[in-house]
Design a protein around this ligand. Structure first.
Ligand code: MSP
Length: 511
């Protein structure tokens, strides 16, 4: 049995979860469910990033201790993921004791390997980014991502010899261009950006803070705490028991098959994290995928602008399945995009109410009306079936290659094929003239719909289960999926007894 280890970023708890966090987490959940449908041993990790200056300041503003503040805030993330049906295998918090011990252990190892040294440093620090910026990064003196002035920090810190890894990293990352990669950074345009930045040279990295107590104290100097990004990246291995588990257990899942995130934090994942892993002599993640960033009505989602959308708002309007679907369907996964309520509603009505929902309701209605829920054994229409199979192959490919939005486009094409097939064959006429052909047409549709139910399942876990049950498939999805995903259609169908037609996605008013 093959394994698949995938991760989302661990989100900062200084604010409530918003649909940006939900976007990555839903995408990861879809990919994890897809792997599980193929019986792959999947480990899906998500969690929260709880140390650092930003969290410390937020706690102070609320007049509670940082740990109390994190304990309160993490509940919102847990609740949001539960409501969105995110089936993670583990939720890590960087305040977990095992994680803290792993961070300390790794600092000790780096020190022993002489990859850490102490130096006085003066730099401009953006608290929102939790990183030092160079004067060239600033626009009108402000951090371009947060429109906030960085603070001047001067202190003696420990530095990681990041510069020592420049050549090796360049060589590893650029190997992807010749199709021979140990570490694939995608999309390719982002890989080029990383290589461009790498070619300018790598500075050693400050990896501790002298004046911040809210962090993991360094084992060899308790006056300093670990830099929040060092702390955070380590979660991907501490969650697997890098320090405490026997090697076979850890290597059952490491290296990660996929680290998922947006482009904002690609540098940390594509450069700093692999350098750290090389320092620890650990295998590198197989793939790092940075999806795009979306705006709301053309503007960055921000507290200051007051345009932050919470998962709860989408859940109230669309329910969990459609929220998952819509976030991923709105724009191509690797590109930037825009969201707003009218566009989401329109998409809901077109793709889910009219196309998918209606196709199911219509087909079930006809099977009820003309055959009282039970179609006879019949041959299938091979032209339709072959065309659908081709499309589903493409959908599989998209899902295997971290492209959930591509998969959704492919699935809409299958729905279109089925809808045109109904139009062309006009079953309501066949009902009067050719009952044998009517049975064939409806059984062929039923075969297509059962495929749709399975392929939509990673996106719409609740509704797809309900749809499959209405088609007559009452088993657990994990029992039926492998057969459907791996086997070709049978030419002769023995259709199950179908249920009553229902409205799966009621139309919504555009507001
Ligand atoms: N704590 C760090 C990550 C450490 S990972 C070892 C962090 N946290 S964050 O809360 O700021 O989350 C950033 C991530 O949230 C992005 O990389 C992306 O996955 C997601 N998104 C936040 N806003 C988003 C959009 N507007 N659009 C798309 N993704 C968004 O960085």
């Amino acid at each position: 049995m093959s394994k698949y280890y995938l991760t989302t970023p661990i989100y900062y708890v200084n604010d409530l979860p918003h649909i940006g966090h939900a976007y990555t987490t839903i995408a990861a959940d879809v990919l994890a469910r897809w792997k599980r449908l193929h019986n792959e041993q999947t480990f899906f990790l998500t969690g929260t990033d709880e140390h650092g200056q930003k969290i410390s300041q937020a706690a102070e503003a609320h007049h509670i201790s940082p740990k109390q503040y994190c304990d309160k805030m993490v509940q919102h993330f847990l609740e949001a993921w539960q409501k969105l049906d995110i089936a993670y295998d583990h939720f890590i918090r960087t305040t977990d004791e095992e994680h803290i011990q792993t961070v300390k252990y790794i600092f000790r190892v780096l020190k022993e390997k002489n990859l850490i040294y102490k130096k006085k440093y003066r730099g401009l620090y953006c608290v929102s980014c939790e990183k030092f910026l160079s004067p060239d990064d600033l626009v009108n003196g402000l951090c371009p991502d947060h429109q906030q002035a960085p603070i001047l920090q001067e202190e003696e810190n420990y530095f990681f010899r990041l510069s020592a890894f420049q050549q090796k990293l360049t060589q590893i990352i650029s190997a992807a261009d010749s199709g021979d990669s140990q570490l694939l950074i995608e999309p390719a345009a982002r890989r080029k950006e990383i290589l461009g930045k790498l070619s300018l040279g790598l500075q050693d990295l400050s990896i501790s803070r002298a004046n911040l107590s809210w962090g993991v104290p360094l084992p060899f100097d308790e006056q300093q705490t670990a830099y929040v990004w060092m702390d955070a990246l380590i979660n991907y291995i501490s969650a697997l028991g890098y320090r405490s588990q026997p090697a076979e257990k850890f290597f059952q899942f490491w290296p990660a098959d996929l680290h998922l995130m947006a482009k904002d934090i690609l540098w940390f994942h594509a450069v700093i994290w692999p350098a750290l892993l090389l320092a620890l002599e650990l295998p590198l993640p197989k793939k790092i995928f940075a999806h795009g960033f979306f705006t709301i009505n053309g503007q960055k989602m921000s507290k200051t602008l007051g345009n932050v959308i919470s998962p709860q708002e989408l859940l109230e309007k669309f329910g969990p399945d459609a929220t998952r679907y819509l976030l991923l369907a709105m724009f191509p996964f690797g590109s930037d995009g825009d969201m707003n309520f009218p566009a989401l509603t329109e998409r809901y009505n077109t793709d889910l109410a009219n196309n998918l929902g209606n196709l199911f309701t219509r087909t079930l209605t006809m099977i009820e009306k003309y055959f009282n829920h039970q179609l006879p054994e019949t041959a299938l229409d091979e032209i339709l079936i072959d065309a659908v199979e081709e499309h589903l192959k493409a959908v599989s490919n998209f899902l295997d290659n971290t492209n959930p939005s591509g998969a959704l486009t492919g699935l809409q094409e299958v729905i279109n094929l089925a809808n045109s097939y109904i139009q062309q064959n006009s079953p309501w006429t066949l009902a009067k003239t050719n009952p044998e052909k009517l049975a064939r047409v409806l059984a062929s549709l039923l075969a297509v719909l059962s495929r749709l139910g399975i392929y939509f399942y990673p996106f719409l876990p609740r509704m797809a289960t309900r749809m499959l049950a209405a088609l007559g498939y009452h088993q657990n999805i994990s029992e039926i999926a492998p057969e459907y995903l791996n086997k070709k259609y049978q030419k002769i169908a023995r259709p199950p007894k179908t249920g009553s037609p229902e409205i799966f996605f009621p139309r919504l008013l555009k507001k």
